[in-house]
Design a protein around this ligand. Structure first.
Ligand code: F6R
Length: 241
């Protein structure tokens, strides 16, 4: 693992955007894995700036997002598809047909999950996967558990995640209890992984990820076993290292 600590989240975001830029410049049709939540927003703003200034061309880039809530249609204001459109895709020259977010609707979410992994594989696998980390150490929506779940699957969100994500909804009861998430094998199959964690609230999860044993009760700790992981932290998230 390469760990870099920045003065603040803006500088971490600039570094993250630079890593994406180098991947896209090297391989214009690369496959990027994307995340939602608050952490990547400053990185997406940097990527938008680079695209609008003509530095970065997304016209051939393909993307796969980590997760989606079960039961939320793509046009739902709190869906992750909507989030990605609003925070990134609507502002860059990516072809929306090349952007993929798992489907949380339909009769058979398990089938959606299996098809998502198959689509990633058929596309050639993720070149660079962006991750955030939950306060409880989750990556994607792989919650603390007694074993790592390999493939993309349907997960039950923990109270900690429901509480953390209530800020995106009107009230706690509105947060879906289930999500479809890339599994641990799906995430670990990415050729490169870029994790961003910012804020003191993430410090314990970051410590467990980096300094603890590989343990499914701290899902992000599995990243210790990946051969190419870069972790970008601000001072708050690094405060327990
Ligand atoms: C988002 C995702 C989650 C978030 C994590 C951190 O697609 O899969 O693992 O990265 O919950 O969320 P924020 O950035 O909102 O603190």
């Amino acid at each position: 693992m390469t760990i870099r600590v920045f003065e603040n989240d803006r500088l971490a975001a600039k570094a993250a955007a630079t890593i994406f830029a180098s991947e896209i410049l090297k391989k214009p049709d690369c496959i990027i894995g994307l995340a939602t939540g608050s952490t990547p927003v400053p990185t997406y703003q940097e990527l938008i700036r680079l695209n609008q200034e003509g530095v970065l061309d997304f016209s051939k880039v393909r993307s796969f997002n980590l997760d989606e809530y079960v039961g939320l249609a793509p046009e739902h204001p709190c869906s992750y598809r909507r989030f990605m459109n609003e925070q990134l895709f609507d502002h860059i020259n990516i072809d929306k047909a090349n952007t993929h977010v798992p489907s949380g609707i339909g009769d058979d979410p398990e089938k959606n999950a299996a098809e998502y992994d198959a689509a990633i594989e058929a596309a050639g696998g993720v070149d660079l996967q962006l991750l955030g980390i939950g306060h409880n150490g989750h990556i994607g929506f792989n919650e603390p558990c007694d074993r790592f779940i390999a493939p993309t699957n349907i997960v039950t969100l923990t109270d900690s995640t429901i509480n953390a994500n209530t800020r995106f909804f009107e009230k706690r009861e509105d947060v879906p209890r289930k999500a479809i998430s890339m599994g641990i094998r799906t995430i670990m199959s990415a050729r490169r992984i870029l994790m961003i964690a910012t804020g003191e609230g993430k410090a314990q999860a970051v410590r467990d990820m980096i300094c603890g044993d590989i343990d499914p009760r701290h899902p992000a700790s599995i990243l210790q076993a990946h051969h190419n992981v870069q972790i970008l932290l601000d001072k708050g998230a690094a405060s327990l290292l």
